[in-house]
Write a protein that binds this ligand. Structure first.
Ligand SMILES: NC(=O)c1ccc[n+]([C@@H]2O[C@H](COP(=O)([O-])OP(=O)(O)OC[C@H]3O[C@@H](n4cnc5c(N)ncnc54)[C@H](O)[C@@H]3O)[C@@H](O)[C@H]2O)c1
Length: 74
């Protein structure tokens, strides 16, 4: 397995599912050390983070945020 992202971390907005989750998964499969799935759907983000960590070993966390809200981003 390629390890080009070993030692690196990523924050993926909209990462709980769809294109965001697929992007996080692709990075994790290339050796990413840790990822934060930043998503307004916290429950789904937590489930996705758990499954991603089991599948790839990449440390995966969920973080609730609404990227349409400056207050939430702060
Ligand atoms: N799927 C496609 O083929 C495709 C093609 C072109 C463009 N897009 C666009 O790309 C984006 C993502 O598509 P997708 O298919 O992955 O969608 P999706 O609905 O499967 O996933 C979107 C994720 O983003 C989260 N999200 C939505 N609004 C948010 C916000 N304000 N703050 C934080 N998280 C938020 C959702 O909770 C969800 O987990 C959409 O804007 C879509 O219109 C999709």
């Amino acid at each position: 397995m390629a390890q080009e992202f070993q030692g690196k971390y990523a924050i993926v907005t909209g990462g709980a599912r769809g294109i965001g989750f697929a992007s996080a998964r692709a990075l994790a499969k290339r050796g990413l050390t840790g990822v934060i799935l930043a998503d307004m759907n916290e429950d789904l983000a937590q489930k996705s983070a758990a499954s991603l960590e089991i599948e790839t070993g990449c440390r995966s966390y969920a973080f609730p945020v609404n990227v349409a809200s400056p207050e939430s981003i702060e």
